[in-house]
Write a protein that binds this ligand. Structure first.
Ligand SMILES: [Zn+2]
Ligand SMILES: [Zn+2]
Length: 191
């Protein structure tokens, strides 16, 4: 009985994580990139992130976003599923929102380790520099695949002005040898 209860709490948290990945896709695709919503608080911050490359919305705005997710989704989740499961759902969702914010920043500031780290960067920088209408998911390709916006990156051309420091060899200013087969300096084709 206890094992069943624990499994239900884990499943509720996993459902929260999955819900976040859908929100991540929808907020980025529509509030970030649809002209109709570009003046929304997220849209304004996101356009600046694309234009400046190393700009991220301040932490206090992210904490407000986390508070809004909790306030809007918490009460209905607890009403529908009861306190333990509803709280686990919201904790999974808001916790993974934090993971998303951390991962997105790391993608811009640090080279990726392992297949997932390398994939996540290529997926995201294809969105930044090759085609901003594709690859809206940051933590997973799931919703890009579901909504038909997934694109497998080829060599990504990164404009020098926006190039991530981890991609460059400080001695030469060129792309580091280990990334030369997957990234190039050049004119971006999208914003
Ligand atoms: Zn974007
Ligand atoms: Zn980004």
């Amino acid at each position: 009985m206890l094992a069943l209860r624990i499994a239900a709490v884990i499943a509720a948290a996993a459902a929260g994580v999955l819900t976040w990945t859908l929100l991540e896709y929808m907020i980025h695709r529509w509030m970030g990139h649809d002209r109709r919503f570009r003046r929304s608080p997220f849209g304004v911050e996101h356009v600046r992130h694309h234009i400046e490359g190393n700009y991220f919305a301040p932490t206090w705005k992210k904490l407000i976003a986390a508070a809004i997710f909790t306030a809007v989704l918490g009460p209905p989740a607890i009403l529908i599923a009861g306190a333990p499961l509803g709280l686990a759902y919201v904790a999974g969702l808001v916790g993974f929102y934090g993971v998303y914010e951390w991962l997105h920043r790391r993608e811009h500031t640090h080279p990726g380790t392992g297949p997932y780290g390398r994939w996540a960067r290529r997926h995201h920088f294809h969105h930044h520099f090759a085609d901003g209408r594709t690859n809206h998911g940051v933590t997973t390709p799931l919703w890009d695949l579901a909504f038909g916006t997934y694109e497998r990156p080829s060599i990504i051309k990164v404009p020098p002005r926006l190039c991530m420091a981890w991609l460059l060899d400080p001695a030469t200013g060129a792309i580091r040898a280990e990334h030369a087969g997957t990234y190039q300096l050049g004119k971006q084709t999208s914003r």
